[in-house]
Design a protein around this ligand. Sequence first.
Ligand SMILES: [Fe+2]
Length: 447
Amino acid sequence: MGLKWVSADFVYLLVGLILIAVEICNGGITSSFVRNDDLSLDMPVDSDVFRVPPGYNAPQQVHITQGAYEGNGVIVSWITPDEPGSNTVLYWAEDSELKNSADGIVVTYKYFNYTSGYIHHSSIKNLEFDTKYYYEVGIGNTTRQFWFITPPKAGPDVPYTFGLIGDLGQTFDSNGTLTHYELNPAKGQTLLFVGDLSYADDYPFHDNNRWDTWGRFIERNAAYQPWIWTAGNHEIDFDPEIGESEPFKPYTHRFFVPYRESESTSPLWYSIKRASAYIIVMSSYSAYGKYTPQYKWFIKELPKVNRTETPWLVVLMHSPLYNSYVHHYMEGETMRVMYEPWFVEYKVDIIFAGHVHAYERSERVSNVAYNVVNGLCTPIRDHSAPVYITIGDGGNLEGLATEMTEPQPSYSAYREASFGHGIFDIKNKDACLFQLASQSRWICCRS
Ligand SMILES: [Fe+2]
């Protein structure tokens, strides 16, 4: 089930040859293209993109995520600033007059001197597959209406297009990344977000108002297509010096995921099926050693995956396991040691990560032979191994990771200190295309 290089998709290849650098050969390319590495500033709080919707207690920061393991559910989340209001979502299929409703819950939290608004989460279940629905939140004169499209029922040859963004933040460059994603003719249908969301923790006392601005910033996309969440280090918000010792507090109050449906005990790791993909989300910043809750869940998860139903097995995590940039070098090493044998045994197709503010694609390699005494500690080509893709620069205020280890290691196929977003375009059970916003393309298929 491994992937291999092919030149089968002539349309993309032709476009690529004319317009862009195309990644069709094996290995060792360091792109000379480096995006402007000046630090980008966060957009001012009174920016248009952070505008509070008009009306008393109007729902804001509306976003959706997959709400059911099988793909036929949606979790709708939003915040009302002044009073709790209603937890109910009204929803109806595009071709139906019948309005249904789903109730939810409301939560709040305090963080140092900040008190959140009323954070609502409503889970809509048993939707039809491949159907456009409208939905409405809020009450009285301040209702707001949005829509989403459910995925096709899971199946081996169901084409589907995922977007990828990591480490987004809320700078002018972040806005550029989101705009480019929205304008990309490849039209991502669901966004896989590989961690590090708002960067609010870069502000004094982790100013959680910057979580609110971020929520309003992404609404223009996240209210209309599911964003599949992965937690990064900027979600930990652990700061006992100011009395905040509950890790992931803002993140877990603001972003609900359907973790119980995959028998997970934590929203920080879970899995979903969507079209022809089985997506496993892992937490780089939760205990993952042997016997831990994440480990015990994970080792039961891989045997569950039915590759005849969902041939594409994808893992999301924040910290990359293979990274040849200087920044964050080897931070994923302990997780690699722990989980790489599983990824190889179960032939995971692709592992997407963020964290390093740049792009890198690995060869299909593994490094699992080492047993302390045999000295076999070099990555080798392995058709059962995943391809590792780091896509960690959405444009946040910390800037690009431009410094690379030299020479480029043989496991590193392509690296570039620039991108924005990626498109993971599944054509059928045998072929996919990964496209970088800088227009480098990787064409792959199954054997
Ligand atoms: Fe990070």
